[in-house]
Design a binder for this molecule. Structure first.
Ligand code: IVH
Length: 670
């Protein structure tokens, strides 16, 4: 090794050590000045010897790389959310349910619920590889350049500490309160508007293009779980302790920020302790998370589509304030649903000024008996838009009348309808009501649907206002000459728009189907319908019975799809889209079959020929559904090595067939 390279490596590891001592262990050995001098020396050497560049060098912590567009990447393990509750009784019920299902000696881990932005960071051979935001849980944005600047997150793990070759560590990107205040002081000095709160600032910072600016903001990262192909320990708590050995900053158990609890009383103590103690933290938490400790038990409990059954968050009551309801306006969404929105006398709440609150529907208004001029209690929980929780009737003006929900659509004047048993009012003028038309086009081009490059939501508004598009099919008839006269539309953007629209013709059928905006047909349902019916003709002609007997399609969805394809205007739209060459049938991917059609399969334990996530993909590719826990409707339990005995017992009791990895792979062989 050349002398220069040796020197560079020595500086890098020394700087990393001091970085760790300062940011993770809170025990610095050298002054900031000495640190900066060393860093400068390394920067000089790296500049003079670009052949030794390393994206994980401590010099990268100051940023420099600019990300124009964050790349969307798929999570190997989906990022789920947590079910949550504000009620201690519900927490007790959760514990009782689990104890009943899997035995009373269950251990729980209590942790803080950090109020920041979720992140998943992958390490490969001990080196930081990439950091991805939660996104929709399946896919997120690659924000690696920005996350590399976070000094409390190691770029290289401590050697020989036994970390797995590849793993993901998850946590929350945060901005500490002290850092937040410092930033606001700087803004105030410059006479600029302050940031609203640490969470939003952290989230905005993470999405900045220039990592140099990100580095200056000084984000932090608090970790809470390790995900590897096969578990790194028997339980969650142990794996967090291991992560600490590898060089991560994890919640300190000596400060009671993570605790193994064996009894509901200990859990309640933890909740109560942090309810007051949280005010003394230098960061925001919005609750406490309670997790089943054992990975075997976690697996046995499984998950619902959204959240694991082995964890729950207890949320502290949100901040509350009072203000006056000045008006209720009605908003019409893309599906025609009419939402009442409270217009409030502006009031400060949890660091932001609140002017509006959602009232959801007519039932909510009636139950609250909220009237114009009332003084109302407003609360801000996890949601962006605050809620009205109650009315202070003592302060009601004498002339306040019960509030009447709009009878006509505020946008197009059509008589509103409210179907029996439903809480929501709809404007039935689906194809003639402006916000519905606009909303449908905006939905069609959105990221999870057709994701048309070169065409943004604002441009759709411009195109619509200019009378150039009245429906999604019109997009395919746009010409460059049509769009060029629009404001802020240069030659290049016009070309990109036309090109993006053209390229969207290759998007798969399921995306087109989702994009068409059939009520109740979300991305997952669109995929199920596409897989089952294969092409639009069969779907359009399917009877109600046929629709309902498709796997996992319920009556409400079946009815909505059936109705959609009996509406002349929609049929005409489909015909036009067809004539423009959009994809209206499933293009069979290689290795796809229906060998597991309709089968519910649980996988468990460690696999050797395929990874667990590959096994999951294989199940789906062959038409099956991968579910989290064994139940009466499970068809197979694929047992990998070291599968917990409880799972096997449960399967045997319920007569679920237990097969090996080999047997599973044989089933789907050609
Ligand atoms: S565990 C499958 N632990 O809360 C559950 N999440 O709704 C995985 N969060 O987006 C999450 N603190 O970013 C877990 N100690 C903690 C957490 C935590 C904050 C966030 C997380 C997620 C959201 C769940």
């Amino acid at each position: 090794m050349s002398e220069v390279k040796k020197k560079i490596e020595k500086l890098r590891s020394e700087l990393e050590r001091h970085n760790r001592l300062y940011y993770i262990e809170d025990n610095p050995e050298i002054s900031d000045y000495e640190f900066d001098e060393m860093l400068k020396e390394l920067e000089d050497l790296e500049r003079e010897n670009p052949e030794f560049a390393d994206e994980n060098s401590p010099t990268k912590r100051v940023g420099g790389d600019v990300t124009k567009n964050f790349e969307t990447v798929e999570h190997e393990f989906p990022m789920m959310s947590l079910s949550n509750s504000y009620s201690k009784d519900e927490i007790s019920e959760f514990i009782a349910r689990i104890d009943k299902n899997i035995g009373g000696d269950t251990e729980y881990v209590c942790e803080l619920k950090y109020d920041g932005v979720a992140i998943s960071v992958r390490y490969n051979n001990g080196r930081f590889e990439r950091a991805v935001t939660r996104g929709d849980g399946q896919k997120g944005d690659d924000v690696s350049n920005n996350v590399r600047t976070i000094k409390s997150l190691p770029l290289n793990l401590l050697p020989d500490t036994g970390y797995p070759e590849v793993f993901e560590i998850r946590g929350e990107i945060m901005l500490t309160r002290s850092r937040f205040e410092m930033l606001n002081e700087e803004l105030a000095k410059k006479g600029e508007k302050p940031y609203a709160n640490p969470r939003n600032t952290a989230s905005g910072t993470l999405k900045l293009q220039d990592s140099k600016v990100v580095a200056k903001r000084g984000l932090d990262c608090f970790l809470y779980s390790v995900n590897a192909g096969s578990p790194v320990a028997e339980n969650h708590f142990e794996s967090v302790q291991k992560a600490k050995k590898w060089g991560f900053k994890v919640p300190p158990k000596e400060k009671n920020r993570i605790k193994v609890c064996r009894h509901i009383d200990e859990i309640m103590d933890f909740i109560n302790y942090w309810d007051t103690e949280r005010l003394n933290l230098d960061f925001d938490i919005d609750g406490v998370v309670i997790k089943v400790n054992s990975y075997d038990k976690q697996e046995e409990l499984g998950s619902t589509a959204k959240s694991p059954r082995w964890a729950i968050a207890y949320k502290y009551k949100a901040e509350e304030t009072k203000t006056i309801l000045q008006d209720i306006k009605f908003q019409v969404g893309r599906t025609g649903a009419v939402t009442p929105v409270a217009q409030l006398k502006p009031v400060e709440l949890a660091g932001t000024v609140v002017k509006r609150a959602s009232l959801h529907n007519a039932d909510v208004i009636a139950n609250l008996d909220v009237r114009l001029g009332d003084t109302v209690f407003v609360e801000k929980g996890g949601e962006i838009i605050p809620k009205i929780t109650a009315v202070d009737k003592q302060q009601r003006p004498d002339d306040a009348e019960p509030f009447e929900f709009a009878a006509q659509c505020p946008e197009c004047g059509t008589e509103l309808v409210r179907k029996e048993g439903e809480a929501v009012h709809f404007c039935p003028n689906e194809t003639g009501c402006p916000p519905q038309i606009l909303g449908k086009i905006q939905h069609f081009i959105s990221r999870n649907a057709m994701d048309i490059e070169g065409l943004g939501q604002e441009t759709v508004v411009q195109l619509h206002n200019a009378g150039l598009i009245k429906g999604i099919a019109d997009l395919y008839e746009l010409k460059k000459e049509d769009v060029l006269p629009l404001e802020r539309m240069a030659e290049k953007s016009a070309n990109n728009l036309i090109k993006g629209v053209e390229e969207s013709k290759n998007k798969p059928f399921e995306k087109v189907l989702f994009g068409m905006g059939i009520r109740y047909v979300g991305a997952t349902v669109a995929k199920r319908l596409a897989t089952h019916f294969k092409d639009i003709n069969r779907l359009a002609q399917a009877s109600l019975d046929e629709l309902e007997s498709a796997p996992e399609i319920g009556t409400v969805i079946a009815k909505s799809v059936h109705e959609f394809f009996r509406n002349e205007e929609y049929l005409e739209m489909v015909e036009r889209l067809k004539s423009h060459g959009l994809q209206f049938e499933v293009v069979e991917e290689e290795g796809v079959s229906s060998k597991l059609e309709g089968k519910k399969i649980v996988i468990s334990g460690v696999f050797h020929q395929v990874s667990r996530s590959e096994a999951k993909k294989l199940i789906e590719k062959h038409g099956g559904t991968n579910t989290g826990s064994v139940s009466g409707s499970t068809d197979y339990l694929v047992a990998g090595e070291n599968m917990g005995p409880a799972k096997r017992e449960k399967a045997e009791k319920l007569n679920v067939k237990v097969i090996s990895e080999d047997e599973f792979l044989k089933m789907i062989e050609d």
